[in-house]
Design a protein around this ligand. Sequence first.
Ligand SMILES: [Zn+2]
Length: 468
Amino acid sequence: MALVSAGVLVTGLLIQVGSILVVFQMRSSSPGASSANTLNIGITFVTGMLVLARLLSVEGTLRPRPGGRPQVQVIPTSRSMGIVAHNTSVNACSRQPPRLLGVFAHPDDETLCAGGTLAKYASAGAEVIVISLTKGEAGQIRDASAATRGTLRAVREKELHAAGNELGLTETRCLDYPDGGLSAIDSQILLRLASELLSEIDPDVVITFGPDGFSGHTDHIAVGAAVTAACYEMRSPTSIRLFHCDRPRSRMLLRDRLAEWVVELSTRFKGTKDFVRALSVFSREATALGYAADFVNVEWFPSGSYLIEQGEAATMMHFLLSGHVEIRREGEDGRVRVVDRSGPGEFIGEAGIATGQPRNAHVVAVEDVTSLTFLASEPVPIGGRGEQAALLRTRSLPSGDRIDARVSTCIDVSDFVGHKIRATAAHRTQYPIDSRMFPDSILREMFGFEYFIQVLPERELHTSLLDE
Ligand SMILES: [Zn+2]
């Protein structure tokens, strides 16, 4: 805010200087130089306005235009790499409002791949249209109350429209090509379909999958290939901008963030049954898609076994899904006392993870226990117990993503993470989560940036190894 005020002040001063220059030039010029005067006045004015625009844009402020939509100027930032700030303003496009088209394979792809970006541009006034080639009838049903095999097709179509509402999209369309069968369709048929969609919608920007299919799904790869080929076919004379979605592997450990969150709570955390299900789905999907670097597993501990032993290094965090455990502390004299008891919906071992200290108690299953376990993906050596264990600290990782050098575009969607999570929750059959279940700080860190590879217009290759 203070910087914006400073910007306005500096711009005001520049305009003042500009006015003085204009007056000076008018007085000093001869009557025959009127056209040169007009040019000088024009240049001075334009320079002042450009400086004004630049100063305000650096702040990324939302400023209403007279009689128009709010103008959002985005300077993307990256957590780990110096990414060039591309102009992602909706006003960078000649047509107003600009039109974005996302073409995907299944309802939910739009949200997972580019939900924050689609919401951001829709909010800034762009027309945003999303098309799913299938109704997602081959998908899982993670909430039995949400659909059956017979209803899944219709339910997922509705979920796409609901997610579109959460993201603020202009239009969502669900075609009826076979889920799981897109790669078996003749590629010319998909190419023709993609070309027809591009002709009909005439987008300025197209977002789809790259050759890796974002998650490797063969449907994704088939859609991405068809849309990309269609964009190449019709790139002239239109200047279509084509982007492939990309997902760098995150270095963040959900284990560490959850532990930090739980130890800071004033009361002991106890998740509801819905939270138990949601965390189980959320953590395993997030790690599978690379939003976190943990190994997440479900493990079973028969009654009488140790989940944690006193003195060992804290490497694993547990979240109890079923059954009860006792927390037992073993004294110097060898006596063991029960100090606490925990059950489903509670975290176990979060203090050791958060502080890096060896375990200060045993955790023993008093009945058969199922636990969601979080472990760092790189193995941490278990160096025994006691003195030696104190030397072993848990691995703490910086935030940030391992970004592929091909990635050209990083969109800061931190203000639209709420939209993305609500849209994810709208896909109830796939993600039975409540958007308010998880702490905002973790969600923003995980989903605050979306990445793309610019395919069209083709980027020029450098022709020298040195700056010229
Ligand atoms: Zn998909």
